[in-house]
Design a protein around this ligand. Structure first.
Ligand code: PEP
Length: 254
């Protein structure tokens, strides 16, 4: 049995005051979904605030991004070592906004994945196709390419301490989630592709879904066999919505 993971990606949102209220409510409500792993990925500048708020809870701290380089002359960057130092447990890697808006290619994503694991941060590797690619019938080809690029560099064994997030680009922030069947088909494809290299690792791998997950569609998504939780953007900025999504992961698995 895979423990579901529900991770909040706040993106570039928040303020000290806003975060304090949100974190307090999430910590209080998280007790109702003890069988789900929760993670919060705030902007870097608020990581320490979140670290303090989440101390003595089971909720993991995550970064939204990290440098592909070790410490040194890389102005403006934040290294995996620093994120580990501030007690991050996870780091998003290859989010579609990083790939499209900041030009991160598969080589950069793979380097960040490796860097993350070198400092014992669990990478949450994001993969997903654009609408154009889906309409052209290229979804599996695109997902396979993004996954294989990382596995080719890091090796399948690294998936024992990593999470894969399937995030169709057309569903992120649009209000149009993939249907449970569409998402399940891609999740099953990912698991099967990993199984070709190692069946045990594939069975244990958490594959979470992201893209317009809301309180009212989470349960049907999380009920699918290969969907092990969610990566939540917009809805994670409201404690009641995020907690309702987390509870949906909990009740569908017990
Ligand atoms: C995301 O940013 O990873 C995401 C899934 O966003 P949203 O939930 O807003 O679609």
């Amino acid at each position: 049995m895979r423990t579901p993971l529900v991770a909040a990606n706040w993106k570039m949102n928040g303020s000290r005051q806003f975060n304090e209220a949100l974190l307090t409510q999430i910590v209080a409500g998280a007790r109702q979904c003890a069988d789900v792993d929760l993670a919060i990925c705030p902007p870097h500048v608020y990581l320490d605030q979140a670290r303090v708020a989440l101390a003595n809870t089971e909720i993991g701290l995550g970064a939204q991004n990290l440098s592909q380089y070790d410490d040194g002359a890389f102005t403006g960057e934040v290294s995996a070592r620093m994120l580990a130092d501030i007690e991050c447990r996870y780091s998003l890697v290859g989010h579609s906004e990083r790939r499209t808006l900041f030009g991160e290619d598969d080589g950069t994503v793979s380097a960040k994945f490796r860097q993350s694991q070198m400092y014992a941060l669990q990478p949450i590797l994001c993969v997903g196709e654009t609408l154009e690619e889906r309409d052209a019938g290229r979804t599996e080809e695109v997902i396979a390419g993004q996954l294989d690029a990382v596995l080719g560099v890091a090796g399948v064994f690294t998936l024992t301490a990593a999470v894969v997030a399937y995030e169709p680009v057309w569903a992120i922030g649009t209000g149009h989630s993939a249907s449970p069947e569409q998402a399940q088909a891609v999740h099953a494809f990912i698991r099967e592709r990993v199984a070709r290299q190692d069946g045990t690792i594939a069975r244990r791998l958490r594959i979470i879904y992201g893209g317009s997950v809301k309180a009212d569609n989470a349960a049907e998504l999380f009920a699918m066999e290969d969907i092990d939780g969610g990566l939540i953007g917009g809805a994670s900025l409201k404690a009641e919505d995020f907690l309702a999504i987390a509870r949906a992961a909990s009740t569908t698995r017990t």
